[in-house]
Design a protein around this ligand. Structure first.
Ligand code: BES
Ligand code: ZN
Length: 999
């Protein structure tokens, strides 16, 4: 024992002596790194980029909406895809029944990139079957994507007409409309055809009235080879051979319920399906579809899918599911994470498939969350749909809210309730604190603007304000209000007022006391961007009162801001002295300072506001109160709830950034983390401290920071340990990942790095020695960062070959941890090379993870600057989830900018290509980068001074306390790689001796 410790000490001393700064922060970036939900990409080669940009800019002022002279009531769609190399086209035929509302000679509808056979167009009066003569036909492609059939004589109000036409479309690789996806099975490349219509992409599959409030019934027929199968929203009605085409059949599906065009779906593939146990789903047949070799990964979703649908969501809404079946399919190439098409829900493979033995706990949770989200949409979104895309948050915010209770129902052990604030609330607080944020309710017109709406504001802010609303109404009242809203608007469309009114009526009926209508309260949260910080000043008088006031929380105040709005909100304040006695106070919008009389307890105890962080606001206290809170944390932190510990850390570390408190106050609060063992507070701290970690990168006193963090993290690491135990709770598994991510990834804790290297080497030499699933990504990341080409190559090949959907994503992220500039460049090159094994859908994950790697950041920035034309040529101008591909790449580069040189490069990049970067997301990224550089100038010195006083106070204790633990983790030293190699080898040697001597 002594020999080992001595060895460790010597090694550490040696490393300190070498002391060269080589950062090895392997940032654990999240897949949703950019503010858009996911980072999916579209390939779009239809037009040159320049032309598209010019047109897109012009489109901002063009009215893109369809006239409402005629409205569709039903569609009959027939698609025959040729899923073969050398062809990849779809023969299409469509009949649309329309009702004439205003006399007009023009019928306008949407179509994009469809080859419409003009001579096939017919317009027939449904009453007498007489044909109307077509005078002219207009096909306006981008930006309007509208075709117009001009008739010789006008249509008659009140009459119904049948429009029909033939068209050909191309089964593209753009992951939008009716597209193709591929996979390899037994060395044979297989293709499938599948659809993705949201946001406005149904128009790419067939001509249609592609606006969410033009609902209709869809009767779909799909042709297929007999070797394949076809599925759609509705069950099969009948099947017949296609005349003159041996080996092909038509599948006729039953007519759909009334729905929006963006929910239409079909898939033609050689997939196999797993039928859920009918006892879980007596009235709704539930099937999971996947490529045949992935069949063994469908059990989990086949189990939880029907349970969430029947036992949770149906009961929650108190409305039966209207369709007889649900299919859920795992698609190899898929732009988003999942899509809620009514009756045929599509997913990325990693978001639906799960292997009980080999997948990680976080993969499992992700599958459950996504299923819950998409199933919630079957009501909130599909049955009742937003009137227009400006309120897409109604869909996405509510479905995001339901992810938590829906998952909790099937997996109570996941403690979803402990996770909400740290994953949703704290995340969006970071974005909504920028001047370049946007209100939830936001006017949009063009497809590109519509796609940008799928961002953190719609999803996470949406879910947060719904949670706040449910909370102040009371969950049961809220739920009954939602049911009445859904019943009232079933098969229709709504604006947000419809929801507020239904909730308000419910509140009135159930005698819930509110200070204003639900609409008045909630509109302050949806019509204004941002959120308040509540300043609590206790008076410590005999009445034990406090004064509360609000102001908008901004990370960086721009003195020249043109925004002169007077931001103010209706704030449901809650507060407590002990988490049992919880009190409320409504702070009206525009009310100035509020006095809160008689706080609970006396002036000698702390009071905490925003209990459980149910409200969408931050809180800053007077010094005496925060000092009492800090003392409580230091003496017995368990007296404060986990969620509020997380809140206090996130609030204070961010308020210090915004100059609402000092870094000394904020950092003093972090000291208690040496005793913290819980997931939520550690996650909050991790994210906020990671910011400092990134900002300190490359500056002279970085080591002071690392030393302080090592003290905090080692305590946690030694508690959760590197090794998994069968009895680990779900959140313990997550907490271990936090600890390992810091210990191995950012702090070079030798104990961690040695074990990771050991395990990875074992896997490299013997494929049966797989890594523990829950640390697979972090272990691979560490070993690849530490190692050379062989380690990276092994990881890359495993990534290419993996037949486990979740493992593939984990390894994709792990290979970006290399610190070798040559390797990093090679990966970026592969990213823009077709058939390199990196799918288009994964390009953003690859790029943003490289950009989050300290060495990779500069490499990625230079790559985008130097290879601009190639990158643009490869991606084209995608317009997809949360914006276009190029913006997402740019956005991923902003977070790690921490010096003038990088800021200049980034700014130049954005001005050189200003037409590519005019979205909110790009502007937010640039604002964040500017904030970072200002941060370093303002706060770096203060923190260094605090760290120095702190580290000298604990000097000696670090090593002593480490030495007294049974599995010493050794101090971090940030040595050069040579030094680290020495330290590591030394350690391995000592460990070997220990093993050998039976110690
Ligand atoms: N409706 C969306 C998918 C979508 C997003 C379509 C953007 C078109 C544009 C779906 O319900 C969704 O939100 N998917 C999420 C997964 C979810 C768990 C947050 C996604 O794809 O990330
Ligand atoms: Zn959604």
């Amino acid at each position: 024992m002594k020999a080992v410790l001595l060895g460790l000490l010597l090694a550490a001393v040696f490393a300190i002596a070498v002391g060269e700064l080589l950062q090895s922060t392997k940032e654990e970036s999240r897949w949703w790194y950019a503010p858009s939900r996911k980072a999916p990409l579209y390939e779009h080669k239809y037009q040159g980029l320049r032309e598209r940009l010019v047109r897109a800019a012009a489109a901002q002022t063009v009215n893109m909406r369809l006239p409402r002279d005629v409205l569709p009531s039903s569609y009959t769609i027939r698609l025959l895809p040729f899923i073969e190399e050398g062809n990849f086209t779809t023969d299409g035929y469509i009949e649309i029944l329309i009702d004439c509302k205003t006399a007009t000679s023009n019928i306008s509808m949407n179509a994009a990139e469809l080859d419409i056979m003009q001579e096939s167009i017919q317009v027939v009066d449904n009453a007498d079957n007489t044909q109307r003569d077509v005078e002219k036909f207009y096909d306006e492609q981008n930006p309007r994507e509208i075709i117009t059939i001009n008739l010789k004589t006008p249509l008659v109000v009140g009459s119904t007409y049948k429009i029909s036409m033939k068209f050909i479309s191309y089964l593209n690789e753009d992951l939008r409309g009716f597209y193709r996806s591929t996979y390899v099975e037994n060395n044979v490349t297989k293709y499938l055809a599948v659809s993705q219509m949201e946001a406005p992409d149904a128009r790419r599959a067939f001509p249609c009235f592609d606006e969410p409030n033009m609902k209709a019934n869809f009767t779909i027929t799909v042709g297929r080879k007999t070797s394949m199968s076809a599925i759609s929203n509705m069950p099969l009605r009948s099947e017949e051979p296609i005349s003159n085409m041996p080996g092909y059949v038509w599948n006729h599906f039953k007519p759909s319920v009334k729905m929006s065009s963006y929910l239409v779906a079909m898939m033609v593939s050689e997939f196999v399906s797993e039928l859920s146990n009918p006892s879980l789903s007596p009235d709704v047949e539930f099937k999971i579809w996947a490529r045949p070799s992935f069949r063994n990964q469908t059990k989990y979703s086949a189990d939880i899918g029907p349970r969430i649908l029947n036992e949770y969501v149906t009961k929650y809404f108190q409305i039966e599911f209207p369709l007889p079946k649900v299919d859920m399919a795992a698609i190899p190439d898929f732009a988003a994470g999942a899509m809620e098409n009514w009756g045929l829900i599509t997913y990325r493979e990693t978001d639906l498939l799960y292997d009980e033995r080999r997948s990680s706990a976080s993969a499992k949770q992700r599958v459950a969350i996504i299923i819950a989200h998409e199933l919630a949409h079957q009501w909130f979104g599909n049955l009742v749909t937003m009137d227009w895309w400006n309120v897409i948050w109604l869909n996405e915010g509510f479905a995001s809210y339901m992810e938590y209770p829906g998952t909790d129902y099937v997996e109570p052990g996941f403690e979803m309730n402990e996770q909400f604030t740290v994953t949703d609330l704290h995340y969006v607080f970071g974005i909504d604190a920028l001047e370049t944020s946007r209100p939830i309710d936001f006017e949009v017109n063009t497809p590109s603007q519509i796609n940008q709406m799928f961002d953190a504001i719609s999803y996470e802010k949406g879910s947060c304000i719904i949670r706040m609303c449910a909370n102040f109404l009371g969950e049961p009242v809220f739920r009954r209000g939602v049911t009445s809203y859904l019943n009232k608007n079933a098969y229709g469309n709504t604006v947000q007022k419809d929801l507020w009114d239904a909730l308000n009526t419910q509140a009135v009926n159930e005698n819930v006391q509110l200070p204003a209508t639900v609409e008045t309260i909630m509109e302050t949260w949806t019509k204004q961007m941002g959120y308040p910080v509540i300043n609590i000043s206790r008076l410590y008088d005999s009445a034990n009162s406090a004064v509360a006031s609000q102001q908008r929380f901004l990370l960086m105040k721009n003195e020249n801001s043109s925004d002169k709005n007077d931001y103010s909100w209706w704030v449901p304040l809650t507060y407590t002295k002990d988490f049992t006695d919880i009190r409320k106070h409504w702070m009206p919008s525009g009310s100035g300072a509020n006095t809160i009389q008689s706080l609970p307890g006396s002036s000698a105890n702390w009071v905490i506001f925003n209990v459980g962080q149910e409200g969408y606001y931050r809180v800053v206290y007077d010094e005496r109160n925060i000092e009492m809170i800090r003392n409580q944390l230091m003496t017995n932190h368990l007296a404060i709830s986990k969620k509020n510990r997380a809140q206090i850390l996130d609030d204070y570390l961010n308020m210090a950034r915004a100059n609402l408190t000092t870094y000394v106050t904020a950092m003093e609060l972090t000291r208690y983390l040496a005793h913290e063992r819980d997931y939520a507070p550690w996650t909050a701290a991790s994210v906020a401290l990671d910011y400092i970690d990134i900002m300190f990168y490359g500056y002279p006193d970085e080591q002071e920071w690392k030393n302080y963090m090592t003290v905090l993290v080692t305590a946690l690491y030694d508690h959760v340990k590197y090794e998994a135990s069968n009895s680990d709770a779900h959140l313990t598994v997550f907490t271990r990942s936090q600890a390992v991510s810091w210990a191995c990834g950012r702090l070079n804790v030798i104990n961690c790095i040695t074990k990771a290297n050991r395990d990875y080497q074992a896997w490299m030499t013997d494929a049966t020695k797989e890594l523990q699933p829950n640390l697979r990504r972090l272990i691979s990341c560490t070993a690849i960062a530490e190692g050379g080409r062989p380690e990276w190559e092994f990881g890359f090949n495993r990534y290419l070959d993996s037949t486990l959907a979740n493992e593939k994503t984990e390894l994709l992220r792990a290979i970006t941890c290399s610190l070798d500039v040559g390797i990093l460049n090679e990966m970026l090159n592969r990213m823009i090379t077709p058939s390199s094994g990196i799918r288009l859908q994964d390009a953003n994950t690859l790029f943003s993870n490289i950009a989050a790697n300290p060495v990779g950041h500069g490499v990625a920035l230079d790559f985008l600057i130097n290879r601009w034309d190639d990158v643009v040529a490869y991606f084209g101008n995608y317009e997809g989830f949360g914006g276009d591909a190029i913006t997402r790449l740019f956005r991923a580069l902003c977070n790690r900018v921490n010096n003038d040189e990088k800021l200049e490069k980034l700014t130049k990049l954005s001005t050189d290509h200003s037409s590519s970067f005019n979205s909110a997301s790009a502007r937010q990224g640039l604002e964040l980068a500017q904030t970072n550089v200002r941060w370093v100038k303002k706060h770096y010195g203060t923190i260094v001074n605090w760290l120095k006083s702190q580290n000298s106070a604990t000097e000696g204790t670090t090593v002593t306390s480490l030495a007294s633990t049974t599995t010493p983790s050794t101090v971090a030293t940030t040595p050069s790689s040579a030094a680290r190699a020495f330290v590591n080898h030394f350690f391995i040697l000592m460990a070997a001796i220990a093993t050998f001597t039976g110690f």
